[in-house]
Design a protein around this ligand. Structure first.
Ligand SMILES: [Zn+2]
Length: 177
């Protein structure tokens, strides 16, 4: 499914969940295009997403968005590309109009950042892919870095281990003889 639009009211009313998978290359704002910008050249990965409608007891409407992706980023330490697996889940509150987006006049004190809920305007034709793309972009690390850069000595040691025969495989060879 390359284009996906949803009626948010219907999704909430029916408590439905929709999902899909798309190649990461279709997210142009994320990966950039031939003219550059965006991320380094991408591996052939896919983005999977799901979107579920729900309402709380007080009539508030929410979308639960889950996105899994593995964009290729450039490590800011060793400048090598690496895959950044991400798996994010966000709850978005649906509001009726742009004016409700930053409604800080509902008598509540400053919102606790932990409880902060992103708001979006409900729509009969919400562009899911744009929502998914926003979520990936928001989830990218500010300074992407390998946990351990492959060019560092520790990583070389770890990689060397991969070439050694698995001790259990050796053992089962011995048992066979
Ligand atoms: Zn690195």
């Amino acid at each position: 499914m390359n284009d996906a639009y949803i009626d948010t009211n219907e999704l909430v009313r029916l408590a439905r969940e929709v999902q899909g998978v798309a190649p990461i290359s279709r997210f142009r704002r994320l990966v950039g295009d031939a003219t550059g910008g965006g991320l380094p050249p991408q591996a052939d990965t896919t983005v999977s997403w799901s979107l579920k409608g729900m309402a709380d007891g007080r009539g508030k409407q929410f979308l639960l968005l889950r996105v899994s992706a593995a964009p290729t980023l450039e490590c800011q330490r060793c400048l090598q590309p690496f895959q950044w697996p991400m798996d994010v889940e966000t709850r978005l509150e649906l509001v009726k109009s742009e004016a409700d987006l930053d409604d800080s006049t509902d008598g509540l004190h400053e919102q606790d950042p932990e409880d902060f809920v992103e708001r979006i305007v409900g729509s009969q034709r919400l562009d899911i892919m744009a929502l998914v793309e926003d979520e990936i972009i928001l989830g990218l690390p500010y300074v992407p870095k390998h946990e351990v850069c492959p060019s560092l000595p520790e990583a070389l040691d770890q990689n060397a281990g991969a070439d050694r025969p698995n001790p259990f495989a050796v053992l089962s060879q011995l048992k066979k003889d």
